[in-house]
Design a protein around this ligand. Structure first.
Ligand code: ZN
Length: 419
């Protein structure tokens, strides 16, 4: 087994070094339930957007698109845009000192033997000095992959904890101040800038550069640690979130909505995949034709995501935020813009404010053009803060959207799901 010390060591992602114990908060054992560090009450009250970074610098492979440069590219773009706690101390906060996800949380989604196998593969890579490959060598593991995946999931869990704490504090203060006419202030959203991504791995199999289902584990954590029964997961990565779907396909309490490019990896996510058993209807797939872009993305939100969410009435919204539907991305063929992510994130934040006390956590999935990735996350931050887009790319380079084909898909999804 990998040592607990390795799994427990929190990493300061700004310095890429382990943080000191004093800053890291309490040591979390593999069996502990709460990996989190909570912001002080005054920060929970005032901050608008909390983010955590888990960059997995040693989980990388030469020439692979899911590489160690992804998180630094995002952080550089945020710095260049002034989207840092230093520049905007009243709104932005970075969560430091969170811990790796406890095994107990992971096992709410993944099989125990799967976690053991991941750890074993990662250890084999460490001992041999050679990466290990799965899935026809498209997905690699290094010696740090298992601990990096646990830390990425830990970021997601810690953000859920803080968003829930902020909303409950806000609700309590609103109740207290209602008699005196006070204001409850604005809600706290969160973004996990973490990798490796998570939405492709199934409960028992790594897939598509993914090892632990960050969004799925965060959903179960929200239910079990915080009593939030109904979780909406919206996945706008260009690829279908098959792993998340697998985790909840028979669960009526988790509404999973995925918009993705039809026919792209992993070839699942057809409109007829609607969930099974008690979960029938709680899976909504929207396979968009190639070249679908900004207009299609907004119409997906307005005609499917928003009404489905309003009908479902979630207690928290999780967003599998992949940015590989951007037109510059090398792995797929949709045409979202950086400003598309601004509009989507603003709308999702409004939906969370309307339906679930503002509780919303974005989790990084794909996004492999580093410039587009960084600028898209900047635009997501802006959208969450209620500010308009900054899009550095020339939209004249885009092709016409296949409007008729998009309408056909949306009508079919709405018919199947009664929306
Ligand atoms: Zn993807």
């Amino acid at each position: 087994m990998q040592t607990q010390a390795t799994l427990q060591t929190p990493i300061c992602c700004r310095s890429r070094q382990p943080v000191c114990r004093a800053a890291a908060g309490p040591v979390v054992t593999a069996a502990a339930a709460a990996p989190s560090v909570l912001l002080p009450p005054e920060t929970l009250r005032s901050a608008r957007l909390l983010y955590a970074t888990a960059g997995a610098p040693a989980h990388t492979y030469p020439g692979h698109k899911e590489c160690a440069e992804r998180v630094p590219a995002i952080l550089t773009a945020l710095e260049h845009s002034g989207m840092t706690p230093y520049e905007r101390p009243e709104e932005l906060v970075q969560l430091e000192g969170f811990s790796a996800a406890p095994l107990e949380a992971v096992l709410a989604v993944h099989a125990g033997k799967y976690a053991e196998a991941l750890e074993k593969l990662s250890r084999r890579a460490a001992e041999s000095g050679q990466p290990q490959f799965v899935e026809q060598e498209t997905t690699y593991l290094t010696g740090s992959t298992y601990s990096d995946a646990l830390l990425a999931t830990g970021a997601a869990l810690a953000l859920v904890d803080n968003v829930v704490a902020a909303s409950r504090q806000r609700e309590a203060e609103a109740a207290n101040s209602s008699s005196s006419g006070g204001s409850s202030g604005s809600s706290l959203a969160a973004f996990a800038i973490c990798r490796p991504p998570g939405h492709h791995c199934t409960p028992s199999m790594p897939m598509g550069f993914c090892f632990l289902g960050n969004a799925a584990i965060a959903a179960r954590h929200a239910q079990r640690a915080h009593g939030l029964q109904r979780v909406l997961i919206y996945d706008f990565d260009v690829h279908h979130g098959n792993g998340t779907q697998d985790a909840f396909e028979d669960d009526p309490d988790v509404l999973f909505i995925s918009s993705h490019q039809s026919g792209a990896y992993p070839m699942t996510g057809k409109v007829g995949e609607v969930g099974t058993g008690a979960g029938e209807g709680a899976t909504i797939n929207i396979p968009l034709p190639g070249d679908s872009g900004h207009n299609a993305a907004l119409e997906v939100f307005e005609t499917i995501v928003a009404p489905a969410a309003q009908r479902f009435k979630p207690d928290i919204i999780l967003v599998s935020a992949g940015f590989d539907a951007h037109w510059r991305d090398p792995l797929a063929g949709l045409q979202f813009r950086t400003s598309t992510y601004n509009a989507l994130s603003a709308s999702l934040k409004q939906l969370a404010d309307q339906l679930c006390g503002g509780r919303i956590v974005f989790l990084l999935e794909g996004g492999y053009d580093l410039k587009a990735l960084g600028d898209s996350v900047v635009n997501t931050f802006l959208g969450v803060l209620g500010e308009g887009p900054v899009d550095p790319f020339n939209p004249d380079l885009l092709r016409d959207e296949p409007t008729d084909k998009v309408q056909h898909v949306l009508q079919e999804v709405r018919r199947i799901h009664g929306l």
